[in-house]
Ligand binder design. Structure first.
Ligand SMILES: NC(=O)c1ccc[n+]([C@@H]2O[C@H](COP(=O)([O-])OP(=O)(O)OC[C@H]3O[C@@H](n4cnc5c(N)ncnc54)[C@H](O)[C@@H]3O)[C@@H](O)[C@H]2O)c1
Length: 360
C-alpha cells in the first residue's frame, strides 16, 4: 500500500487526493494545510497544520506538494531529504534559484520519484502526437505557436492573499495559467530552448503586481522557433490553442485536447488522430480532475504510483518540468533587462520586472 500525504488542501489538493483514491493500493494518509479551515476538503486518515509532522511520518511514501508557488521548493526539498517520493504542482518554482535547488535535490536522489505536475502531457492525443513527432512523422519541427487566453478578474485575485503578488505568485497569467499550454507545446515539439526574447505587461488589472500580457520568442536547438502568447484579457473564458509545423506536416490543438486541424499526407494517420478521445481511456471516463484543468491528474498520479512500484523514473521528472518553467522566468528576466536572455538562467541576476499599469 502506498501511503500519500497531500500538503495544501486548497483548490488543487483535493484533485490529487481524488486521483490517488482511484488506485486500490494507495491510501491518503494525511491532509495537511497551514490553514486549518481547509483541512476538511480532503478526507484522509489524519490531518494536521504542520507539514513537518507529515514529512517526519515514516509511514508516508509519497508527498504531494499543492501549496502556492514559493512554498514548493522548501516543502519538496524537506520531503526528498526525508526519503519521500514527491509530486509537485506546477510551476515547480517561481525563481531560478528554487528551480535549480529542486532539480539538484532530485538528481541527488535517483532512487526517489520526483515528478512535476503537467497533467496535459498525459492526454491520450498528446501522448500519441509526442510519439509521432519524436519518430519523425511530422519531419523536422520548424515552428511552434502557442496562443493562450483566459479571464482572471478581481474576484479571482482576491481569493487568496498570494495571488497576483510579485513575490508570492512569482508571475501572473503565464506562470500560473498559460504554463499548461506553453509546456504542452514545448514538450510536443521536443524543444530545447536556448534564448528567450520577450515582454510582459500589466495592461488591465490594477489589483495585481504581475503580468496580464505575456509574449515570448524562443530560439531552440536545431532551428525551431517558438512564439508564445498568454493573456488575461477579461473576455475569454479559457482558450488554449497550439500549432506545430514540421517539414512533413502540421497540427493544431484547439481548446482542451481537441485536434482542430491536421495536415499530413497519410490519411490513416489523420483518421487515427481524429478518432482519439482524450476524455476517456479504454472506454472509461477519466476521473479525478476539474473541467478547466483537464481530467489528466488521474493519469499522472497513476504514472507516479507505477514509477514508485517499479523503480522507473516518472514520465515528467523535475528536470523535464523545468523547461517551460525556465522559459517563462526567462521572459520575465528579458522584460527586466530589455534584452534576449540565454538559458540556463543565472539565479544571481534574476529579477521579476516592476510592471506599471499601462492602460490606467
Ligand atoms: N495543475 C493544475 O491544473 C492546477 C490547477 C490549480 C492550481 N494548480 C497549482 O497548485 C498549487 C496550489 O494552487 P491552489 O489554487 O490550490 O492554491 P490555494 O491557495 O487554493 O491552496 C494552497 C494551500 O496551500 C496551503 N499552504 C501554503 N503553504 C503551506 C505549507 N507550508 N504547509 C501547509 N499548507 C500550506 C495554503 O494554506 C492553501 O490552503 C499552485 O502551484 C497552483 O499553480 C495547478
Amino acid at each position: 500500500m502506498i501511503q500519500i500525504a497531500v500538503i495544501g488542501c486548497g483548490v488543487i489538493g483535493p484533485v490529487h487526493a481524488a486521483a490517488a483514491r482511484l488506485d486500490n493500493e494507495a491510501v491518503v494518509r494525511w491532509a495537511c494545510d497551514s490553514d486549518a479551515s481547509k483541512l476538511p476538503r480532503i478526507q484522509a486518515e489524519r490531518s494536521t497544520t504542520a507539514a513537518a509532522e507529515v514529512i517526519a511520518d515514516p509511514q508516508v511514501d509519497l508527498v504531494c506538494v499543492c501549496t502556492q508557488h514559493p512554498a514548493h521548493a522548501d516543502v519538496a526539498l524537506a520531503a526528498l531529504a526525508a526519503g519521500k517520493h514527491v509530486v509537485c504542482e506546477k510551476p515547480l518554482a517561481s525563481t531560478p534559484a528554487d528551480l535549480r535547488r529542486m532539480v539538484q535535490a532530485a538528481a541527488a536522489r535517483p532512487g526517489q520519484v520526483a515528478s512535476g505536475i503537467f497533467q496535459h502531457r498525459f492526454a491520450p492525443l498528446a501522448r500519441r502526437l509526442r510519439q509521432l513527432v519524436a519518430d519523425g512523422s511530422f519531419g523536422r519541427i520548424e515552428s511552434l505557436h502557442v496562443d493562450f487566453a483566459c479571464t482572471r478578474d478581481e474576484r479571482y485575485y482576491g481569493s487568496g492573499a498570494w495571488r497576483g503578488k510579485r513575490l508570492a505568485e512569482g508571475g501572473g497569467v503565464a506562470i500560473n495559467q498559460g504554463i499548461h499550454t506553453i509546456d504542452l507545446g514545448l514538450w510536443l515539439a521536443g524543444a530545447v530552448p536556448q534564448t528567450v526574447t520577450g515582454r510582459v505587461a500589466r495592461r488591465r488589472l490594477a489589483c495585481i503586481e504581475v503580468e496580464d500580457h505575456f509574449q515570448a520568442e524562443v530560439a531552440c536547438a536545431g532551428g525551431l522557433r517558438a512564439r508564445l502568447s498568454a493573456v488575461n484579457d477579461g473576455v475569454t473564458g479559457w482558450k488554449q490553442v497550439l500549432e506545430l509545423r514540421g517539414s512533413r506536416g502540421s497540427f493544431r490543438l484547439g481548446d482542451g485536447h481537441r485536434l482542430a486541424a491536421i495536415e499530413h499526407s497519410s490519411a490513416a494517420l489523420r483518421e487515427e488522430l481524429a478518432a482519439i478521445d482524450s476524455a476517456s481511456l479504454d472506454g472509461k471516463p477519466l476521473g479525478g480532475g476539474k473541467d478547466v484543468y483537464g481530467y489528466h491528474h488521474a493519469l499522472q498520479m497513476a504514472d507516479v504510483l507505477e514509477a514508485i512500484r517499479s523503480g522507473r523514473p516518472p514520465m515528467v521528472t523535475f528536470a523535464d518540468a523545468t523547461v517551460s518553467n525556465a522559459v517563462i522566468l526567462a521572459t520575465y528576466q528579458s522584460t527586466t533587462q530589455r534584452a534576449p536572455v540565454a538559458l540556463p538562467l543565472d539565479p544571481a541576476t534574476y529579477s521579476f520586472p516592476i510592471l506599471p499599469l499601462e492602460n490606467a
